[in-house]
Design a protein around this ligand. Sequence first.
Ligand code: FAD
Length: 503
Amino acid sequence: MFPGCLSIFCQDAIKFTSIRKVRQLCRIIPYNRSCCPVTYVFFNSETRHLSSTGSRHQQVGEDIEQSLTAEVWDIVVSGGGLVGSAMACVLGYSSVLLDKKILMLETGPPFSQKPLTEKYSNRVFALTPATRDLLNSFKAWDNICSVRLKPVKRMQVWEACSDATISFQHTGMLHDVAYIVENEVILGGVMEQLAKISDRVTVLNHAKVTEYVLPKQGGINEWVEIKLENGRKLKTKLLIGADGMRSLVRKTMNVNYTAWNYDQKAIVATLKLSEPTENNVAWQRFISTGPIALLPLSDDQSSLVWTATSELADQLMAMPEDNFVDALNSAIWDESKKNPIVEKTLGTLNSFLNTLWPGEGSVRQLPPNILSIDEGSRACFPLGLGHAAHYVAPRVALVGDAAHRIHPLAGQGVNLGFGDVQALAKLLVNSVYDGNDIGTLEPLLEYETERQRHIVPTMCVIDGLNRLYSTDLLPVVLLRSLGLHLTDTFRPIKERIISHASS
Ligand SMILES: Cc1cc2nc3c(=O)[nH]c(=O)nc-3n(C[C@H](O)[C@H](O)[C@H](O)COP(=O)(O)OP(=O)(O)OC[C@H]3O[C@@H](n4cnc5c(N)ncnc54)[C@H](O)[C@@H]3O)c2cc1C
């Protein structure tokens, strides 16, 4: 024994087989250094009680007992959806966090990749190049590419009340503007990488958290307590809430949460196109009941996200599949809402802009015709918006839908979540590298500021677009059509939009 140290004798070899666990307990040493000349604390495997010597050591014994009766982790990621599993992966692959014990908790069963079939899943995401780079940073992108994805070279957005169109593409369509990937394929790619670091990241499935106790100050020995449905208790120095839009972590943080439901639902389905083409364009048409998006999957298949008022969505879901396809084609092609005044004004603006900047502005392409939908592939999701006033608290951070939920019209939801992962991981790694405790509040606050500066404007624009296009009122149609057309003509503005959406 060394004077001035708290020494621990372990009679239960199993309890301390891992070096990490010993180191974890050793962190208690400085806590007591000043007041404890020599202290012996015995852990008895039979009675599971601690006994200590010395008059002021009762408190110390209680602290240790507390830390032993519950498992202690450095980082717990609660929620193993796309965002949570990517978070666990990025942290697990960081060389700076090699000695950290990381745990991911997920209510659902373990992920098992189903054999690939011709049939595409109806849950697909448009991933941005920034998300690709994040997934590439821990090699999950290679796994995704080896299964399947569809690169998008161009996006075309137009509306029902005028010919105003905007398109996004890189010069000569050399670079991809997005990637359409199935949910299962992304999750499979990430989980494959997680499995390779199972010594660093533990994944616990069927692990539903029922209670969190958060520390008030987050001091050196004040950790987050977690209770699982099966009664198991855990502690962590940093809790990352990736538990989706109904986040229990967020509720426990008791932060203000601004939320509303749109009176809209999104219908997803897998579509068969009338004829095979290169099919590398993502299409979106705004109609007053909500936008319709066609996302390419293969030469002759696309994925549908059709936003409609709740009433219309229910009717569309109840239709036989053939009638649904007819309704879809008519919603994509219908010209009856076009307003001649708007068309004339747009034509005049177009000729004027053409004389000033000939060749700028998009050439409008025609969208594909839909032949049929994959049997039983229709599913419907109610839509809403939600935003937490704070993403962090002492020893807690929220990521993904737990912090912010947005309308899917710009395909940004999970991309924003991956952006959170990237930002939080970077700040945590830097903080630990500087010698700070993993739950230090400062980098968490920096994370909150950085992300809210990006996310709040994005949410406002997306919510605004949804409202702007939900009316057929002539002045509004005129203004938005002119605005869209002007934006389409000025390349620097479009480049700024692409760069914001991709970051
Ligand atoms: C129709 C539609 C289309 C969309 N399209 C796109 C798109 O093209 N691009 C895009 O970027 N986004 C899109 N989104 C948004 C995207 O779906 C979400 O932003 C994303 O799925 C959120 O991921 P997440 O991991 O944060 O949350 P979730 O996917 O909700 O995952 C949360 C996880 O936490 C687990 N969990 C919850 N509570 C507990 C608990 N108490 N204990 C343990 N585990 C728990 C859950 O089981 C779940 O696995 C779309 C959304 C909709 C509705």
